[in-house]
Design a protein around this ligand. Structure first.
Ligand SMILES: [Zn+2]
Ligand SMILES: [Zn+2]
Ligand SMILES: [Zn+2]
Length: 153
């Protein structure tokens, strides 16, 4: 994502928060900006490092974690359960509603791609799961593999 795009997405994120009566403070914005800058998923520790190195802003991983919590509750970032890392939502500037989330995690370069799945596909999966008497918590799918860049010869 280039600078201009990042700026636009940050503006949309700000508007999104104020519509919900929340505030995207300067530090929360910085954390979101760092995630938008990176195409890899980052942990709270890596983000704290990133903010220190790139922006000279000292933040404890604990407070980065709290900011990530806020951003996740606003739907601006997603937490990957398999790796406990975070990525910026790739639909912040979209008007359409999120369907189910599927994340493709590259094991070779750590890049994460967010793909929208159709509701009908997801309900087929959940139906099959319910059939064996299992109840799933949430509808977030995470698949690990190798991305197009890394698998190119
Ligand atoms: Zn998203
Ligand atoms: Zn979208
Ligand atoms: Zn890769």
């Amino acid at each position: 994502m280039n600078n201009k795009e990042v700026k636009r997405v940050l503006q949309d994120a700000e508007r999104h928060c104020s519509e919900n009566g929340a505030k995207l403070t300067a530090k929360r914005k910085l954390v979101l900006e760092s995630l938008l800058d990176s195409d890899k998923a980052l942990s709270a520790y890596e983000l704290a490092d990133y903010c220190r190195v790139e922006c000279g802003s000292e933040m404890l991983p604990m407070s980065v974690y709290r900011m990530l919590d806020f951003l996740a509750s606003e739907g601006l970032v997603h937490r990957l359960k398999t790796t406990n890392k975070f990525i910026a939502c790739s639909h912040i500037s979209c008007d359409h509603e999120h369907q189910a989330w599927q994340f493709l995690i590259c094991q070779s370069c750590d890049k994460v791609e967010e793909v929208d799945l159709e509701k009908s596909i997801v309900s087929k999966i959940t139906d099959a799961i319910h059939e064996v008497g299992f109840r799933i918590a949430g509808s977030q799918l995470e698949l690990e593999g190798v991305c197009a860049d890394c698998s190119a010869p």
